[in-house]
Ligand binder design. Structure first.
Ligand SMILES: *[C@@H]1O[C@H](CO)[C@@H](O)[C@H](O)[C@H]1NC(C)=O
Ligand SMILES: *[C@@H]1O[C@H](CO)[C@@H](O)[C@H](O)[C@H]1NC(C)=O
Ligand SMILES: *[C@@H]1O[C@H](CO)[C@@H](O)[C@H](O)[C@H]1NC(C)=O
Length: 314
C-alpha cells in the first residue's frame, strides 16, 4: 500500500471512529414531544391501574422501602442526620392550658439515600439529559426547573418481580455479577410472567441482606443489569426498573472506564425511572411475581431524587 493510500485509510478510520464515538450515545427527543418532562410516566394510564388492581387477591401489603439512619451506607459522599427538638419547651414548658407537648424533626442530608427514586434530571450524557435538555438550561442551585421529582405523577401500575438469583440457581448474586437481557428473558419464561408496557420491573438479586451483614461491601459493588439488559427493558416500554441494590446496574461495570451507562440508557435516553435499594425479601418469601405497585413520592420541588417507600399490594 502506498503512503497516500495508507494515510487515506488511516484518515478514514479516524473519521469512522469519531462518527462511532458520536453515535455512542445520541440523546433523542422524547417520543412525547420536546416539552415532555415525565418520560415513561406517560405510560401510566387509568386502564393500567384497573388491570393491575385485579392482581390483588389477598390484600396483603408489602413495604418496599428500608428504614434508614445516619449509619446507612450510601453512595459517597452522601449522608444524612436527623435532629429532634421540642421547640420552646426546653424548660419543661407545655403549650397553653391544654398542656400540649410537641416534638419536631430536622432532616439534614442528601435525598439519594436508602430506598430511592431517580428522576430524569438525575443522570445525563455529556451534560445532556432526557429529552436533549442541557444541564445549563435546567439545573439551578435552588432546584432543577425541569423534570423535578414533583413533576412525576403517582406511579401506580403493575409490578413484576423477577427472582434473578433463583434464575442463576443461587440465593444471592454477588458484586460485578451481570444480569443480561437473556437472563431476564429466561427468568420470565421460568417464572411464568411477562413484562408488559407500563410495568414497573423489580429485579431480586438477594443482595440487600449484605447491607446488614457488611454495609461497606453492600455499597462498594453489587450485581445488576448491563447495558444490553437496560436496552432490552427500554424496548419493553416499562415505566421504571428497580432492584434490591444501591445502583440497579452492575457494579463494578464490565468496562471500568465506562460508569453508569445503564443509567444513561434508562434515564437519559428513554425516560425510564430507576428505583434503588428496594426490599424484595418478603415478596420473594411469599412467591409473589406480580402485584399492584403504588408510589407517591415526596413532592419537594426541584429535587432530583427522593427517599421513597413504595408499596406492593397482592
Ligand atoms: C461533549 O460535549 C462537548 C461540548 O458540548 C462536545 O464538544 C463534545 O463533542 C461532546 N462529546 C461527545 C462524545 O458527544
Ligand atoms: C466487608 O467487606 C469488605 C469489602 O468486601 C471486606 O474487605 C471486609 O473484610 C468485610 N468485613 C467483614 C467484617 O466481613
Ligand atoms: C472500555 O471502554 C473504552 C472507551 O471508553 C475503550 O477504549 C476500551 O477498549 C474498553 N475496554 C474494554 C476492555 O472493552
Amino acid at each position: 500500500m502506498s503512503f497516500r493510500a495508507a494515510l487515506h485509510t488511516a484518515l478514514l478510520a479516524l473519521v469512522l471512529a469519531s462518527l462511532l464515538q458520536a453515535q455512542v450515545f445520541n440523546v433523542p427527543v422524547s417520543e412525547w414531544g420536546p416539552e415532555d418532562e415525565i418520560g415513561a410516566a406517560n405510560r401510566l394510564t387509568p386502564q393500567k391501574v384497573l388491570d393491575a388492581s385485579k392482581l390483588i387477591t389477598t390484600g396483603k401489603t408489602y413495604r418496599l422501602g428500608i428504614p434508614i439512619d445516619s449509619s446507612t451506607p450510601a453512595f459517597p459522599p452522601r449522608s444524612m442526620t436527623i435532629t429532634i427538638v421540642m421547640p420552646n419547651q426546653e424548660g419543661g414548658e407545655t403549650l397553653s392550658e391544654s398542656l400540649g407537648s410537641y416534638v419536631d424533626d430536622l432532616y439534614n442530608g442528601w435525598l439519594g439515600i436508602g430506598t430511592q427514586l431517580d428522576s430524569l434530571a438525575h443522570f445525563g450524557f455529556n451534560r445532556t439529559f432526557y429529552n436533549r435538555r442541557e444541564a445549563r438550561d435546567f439545573v439551578e442551585v435552588t432546584g432543577v426547573t425541569k423534570m423535578g421529582i414533583e413533576k412525576i405523577p403517582p406511579i401506580v401500575t403493575r409490578g413484576v418481580l423477577l427472582d434473578m438469583a433463583k434464575q442463576k440457581g443461587k440465593t444471592q448474586l454477588v458484586e460485578g455479577e451481570i444480569i443480561s437481557s437473556d437472563d431476564i428473558e429466561a427468568a420470565q419464561q421460568a417464572q411464568g410472567v411477562k413484562i408488559e408496557e407500563g410495568d414497573v420491573v423489580v429485579l431480586h438479586t438477594g443482595w440487600l441482606p449484605m447491607l446488614y451483614t457488611n454495609g461497606t461491601r453492600f455499597a462498594t459493588g453489587w450485581p445488576g443489569i448491563d447495558v444490553g439488559a437496560a436496552e432490552y427493558l427500554a424496548g419493553l416500554k416499562v415505566v421504571a426498573v428497580g432492584a434490591d441494590t444501591m445502583g440497579v446496574e452492575v457494579a463494578p461495570p464490565p468496562n471500568i472506564t465506562r460508569l453508569f451507562e445503564s443509567h444513561q440508557v434508562l434515564l437519559t435516553a428513554n425516560g425510564i425511572y430507576i428505583l434503588e435499594t428496594l426490599d424484595t425479601r418478603e415478596l420473594i418469601k411469599d412467591g409473589v411475581k406480580e402485584f399492584l405497585f403504588v408510589l407517591g413520592q415526596p413532592l419537594i420541588t426541584g429535587t432530583v431524587q427522593a427517599i421513597i417507600n413504595p408499596v406492593a399490594i397482592c
